[in-house]
Design a protein around this ligand. Structure first.
Ligand code: B12
Ligand code: SF4
Length: 490
């Protein structure tokens, strides 16, 4: 139990403490870490809010970021830090599982602090959020990419009625007011080659040491063209997004700038970076021409069906350009599940791609989901078998294979969300009731530490297999991986 009162300046990144704060962007914790502390001390940086902060700072505003998830803060503690910082605006990045915590914090803020909302959950359920009494003081809910519109709003909140995709509570309870401004591309989809590079002063732990290098996280693309039924990044859940990839030259310029500060490792965090053959070929050619492989090592997300179509020559070029690890959504070992979630891959394709990548020296991180709606125990077993096969296949090869497995949970706006509601068995409130699940045995089982903050659930029997079976399978995989790698994946 944490008892000391931390100094706000220790947690607020990027702001000038000698000036009044125009905006503080708050990433809520996934759970109240004063109740059960975080067991892991690193999480990826909040690049979306850092992009917004960078643009606002460039326009002359004094802004900061409070990443309460990364700092492992409690709910009351986060609200207190915001109140002490007394910003003109507090901006929340709402994700479905952090909505409740964000709303609790927002409701505890001093009335003088204006509230601004954004992120995936804001886009998925704007009317419900604006009707929530805890969000009554919201002055602007911004749908989609925030850089340009947030900066405009900081100038004057009256501008909200002239900005597209901005909503706020109407005069009567439950009413939503919206700007009538039509979208012109640049508001919702800023030119990603013209945006400033992220100012790392807004990120508490980026760059950070990883795999023997100083590593920075990067965004290479926005949006994903696929429609995997469970995914918050699915194209049908994000109609506001114009899918686009940064020019390789623009990415290399940011990498070079970071290199000057000692960074030689890069992680592209976006949904799907190596998602099209054309993008892969362009990036590889530019990285190779710039000699990036001589000094940089980078990790990225990719897609099995796309990588499956690449020849071994292209894989060799990717290695030569510095590619070290690819994160792949494999999700399931059951073909029925893969078809149902519209993954457009087969278990055989996953085996082939993982074998070929690791044979070329590229490591693979596979993402898996246990407990899809309707999933049987046999289908969960098929996923466990696939993961074990992939460990065995890759054991003698130069690249490593690791598995990250999650319990299934529904997200509003996704194809699954519509299916689950249409089935009529559960209400939206039940499907949104995310609660943390402790698989660490109250913080004593080290094998279960490394994904702890991602163990949460809506505790509904969505799968055909019992919830206990879903969790036992997650634990089995985590333990076996822990044993195989003797903790090196933690
Ligand atoms: C990297 C990442 C993380 C990182 C950093 C998260 C963060 N808070 O930024 C970590 C590992 C910590 C993380 C954790 C979680 N994540 Co995550 N994450 C991602 C990922 C892969 C990329 C995010 C990113 O950097 N994108 C690039 C930037 C430029 O875009 P952005 O973050 O969306 O930000 C833009 C807009 O959303 C908006 N915006 C963002 N914040 C704000 C704030 C205000 C005030 C305004 C106005 C606008 C605004 O403007 C930004 C700039 O254009 C996305 C996938 C995706 N498509 O977004 C999933 C994703 C956002 N994560 C998701 C989820 C569910 C989570 C978790 C709840 C747990 C989980 N993974 O299961 C936790 C939440 C913990 C937390 N409080 O941070 C879901 C959200 C689904 C949903 N409907 O809510 C996504 C979409 C993954 C998915 N495919 O389903 N995640
Ligand atoms: S799982 Fe990956 S490929 Fe599928 S929609 Fe999400 S980001 Fe795109």
């Amino acid at each position: 139990m944490q008892t000391t009162a931390p100094d706000p300046r220790l947690f607020i990144t990027g702001a000038d403490p000698s000036r009044a704060l125009d905006a503080l962007f708050v990433n809520a914790p996934l759970r109240d870490y004063t109740v059960r502390p975080r067991v892991k001390d690193y999480t990826l940086p909040v690049l979306g809010m850092a992009y917004i902060a960078t643009c606002a700072a460039q326009a002359g505003y004094n802004v900061g970021v409070l990443d309460a998830e990364a700092a492992g803060l409690g709910i009351a503690e986060t609200a207190r830090l915001v109140n002490e910082a007394a910003p003109r605006w507090a901006g929340f990045n709402l994700l479905a599982p952090t909505y409740e915590v964000s709303a609790t914090i927002a409701a505890s803020l001093d009335p003088a602090v204006k509230i601004m909302l954004g992120g995936h959950q804001a886009k998925a359920m704007p009317a419900q959020i604006l009707a929530d009494p805890r969000m009554r003081r919201c002055e602007a809910l911004i749908v989609g990419e925030g850089e340009i519109r947030v900066t405009e709003l900081l100038g004057s909140h009256e501008r909200r009625s002239r900005l597209p995709g901005v909503l706020w509570p109407g005069p009567a309870a439950g009413e939503v007011a919206a700007s009538r401004q039509k979208n012109e591309g640049h508001w919702l989809a800023p030119d990603i080659n013209a945006l400033p590079f992220v100012d790392r002063a807004f990120l508490a732990r980026d760059p950070h040491p990883e795999k023997g290098r100083l590593q920075a996280s990067m965004v290479g693309a926005r949006g994903c063209p696929y429609n995997c039924s469970f995914c918050g990044a699915a194209v049908s859940a994000n109609p506001d997004i114009t899918i686009r990839v940064r020019d390789p030259g623009n990415i290399l310029a940011e990498m070079d700038q970071l290199r000057a500060t000692g960074v030689t490792g890069f992680r592209f965090v976006d949904d799907l970076f190596l998602g099209a053959r054309r993008v892969i070929e362009q990036m590889t050619a530019a990285f190779t021409a710039a000699g990036a492989g001589d000094w940089a090592r980078w990790d990225a997300t990719g897609r099995i069906n796309v990588l499956n179509r690449l020849g071994d020559g292209t894989l060799d070029l990717l290695v030569a350009s510095g590619l070290r690890e690819v994160a792949l959504g494999i999700e399931s070992g059951s073909q029925r599940m893969l078809t149902l979630i519209d993954k457009r891959i087969t278990p055989g394709m996953a085996r082939d791609v993982v074998r070929r990548l690791t044979r070329s020296g590229i490591s693979v991180k596979g993402y898996f989901i246990f407990g899809f709606p309707g999933e049987t125990t046999d289908e969960i077993d098929a996923t466990v078998t696939l993961i074990r096969d992939l460990w065995d296949i890759t054991d003698p090869l130069p690249g490593a294979f690791t598995a990250s497995a999650f319990e299934y949970r529904p997200y509003p706006g996704t194809p699954d969300w519509s299916r689950l509601l249409a089935a009529g068995n559960y209400t939206p409130a039940q499907l949104l009731n995310y609660t943390a699940v402790d698989l660490t045995n109250s913080g004593t089982d080290e094998a279960m530490f490394w994904r702890d903050e991602f163990n949460f659930s809506v505790n509904l029997p969505l799968a055909d297999a019992p919830v206990s079976y879903v969790r036992a399978s997650l634990v089995t995989i985590a333990r076996e991986q822990w044993e195989r790698f003797r903790g090196t994946t933690a």
